[in-house]
Design a protein around this ligand. Structure first.
Ligand SMILES: [Zn+2]
Length: 157
């Protein structure tokens, strides 16, 4: 809840402030820099012996967070609020502008589905981990990534 309020405040600020183009640019690039959850995920992948991935590959739909090019495996790390994690958003209390946020989150979810479908149509294997899963589900997720990469590396010769 605290985080959302913070995010909400930030969005409000962006909407109300008239910022110069350089400032707007800095705000955008700030958003694009890596977050703690991303670092945690990549450290776990690295520790499992996974190498040779690229991060935030923007030429692919949805700019997957981690991409294993040769085996065509890509990984998304979804923030629970913005991407509408069922486990986490289920218990949210209605708030001011609830409809606005719901619409925004639904658009994100639709876009996620479209991106995933486009990737799969192009032969990619897509794995997604939610931010809340990083706490306890990370080892199991890393194992799934490891298996997918190995399996597909073999089948792709
Ligand atoms: Zn969640």
């Amino acid at each position: 809840m605290g985080d959302e309020r913070k995010i909400y405040g930030l969005e409000k600020l962006r909407e109300t402030l008239k910022v110069s183009e350089p400032t707007a640019k800095a705000m955008r690039s700030n958003r694009a820099t890596e977050t703690k959850p991303e670092i945690k995920l990549r450290q776990a992948l690295w520790a499992a012996g996974l190498r040779g991935y690229r991060k935030n590959v923007r030429r692919l739909p949805g700019a997957p967070d981690v991409v294993f090019g040769p085996s065509k495996v890509c990984v998304f790390l979804h923030g629970c609020f913005w991407h509408g994690c069922e486990r986490c958003t289920r218990n949210l209390k209605p708030r001011k502008n609830a409809a606005y946020w719901q619409a925004k989150i639904m658009r994100n979810q639709e876009r996620d589905r479209r991106n995933e479908a486009a990737l799969e149509a192009d032969g990619w294997f897509v794995l997604t981990i939610w931010e809340c899963e990083l706490k306890e589900g990370l080892p199991a997720f890393v194992e799934r990534v490891l298996q997918a990469v190995e399996r597909r590396r073999k089948s792709h010769g």
